[in-house]
Design a protein. Sequence first.
Length: 163
Amino acid sequence: MISIIVAIAENGAIGANNGLPWRLPNDMKRFRELTAGHTVIMGRKTFESLPKGALPDRTNVVVTKNRDAVFENCIIFSDLQDAVNAYAAESEIFIIGGASIYGQAIGFADKLYITLIHHSFEKADAFFPGINGDKWSMTERETFPKDEKHLYAYTFQTYIKKK
């Protein structure tokens, strides 16, 4: 199973200045719980945005066109499809960004784990390609209000590709 995991603002924003324009602890907790023990595939910019480098308890795969790139505790591929094919035997692999990688993966992914943030971020510079309702069915949805730890209301959504 190839899964995309992403937090998306109402305006499609997923990032600003190579980082997240929000802080949602429960989204980060969900991300850790879902991806732990699995392979995560990301682009170079996403890897470089990680504050502590490679994510623990996961196989970290970075896709970059730079054939000389070296990222500590990561496996490097120059092509997303090659990276996905290398881990195809696993029960679930996760595509974790960024925009270019999501744009390539949305066409062949099987499942989407979305955190929809109920806010628009005007200074965003990275966007998710969008979810075509004709191709995806929402199977789970849970909404949370803003609170002292979360400045924005948000909804966890899970989609499965329609057959």
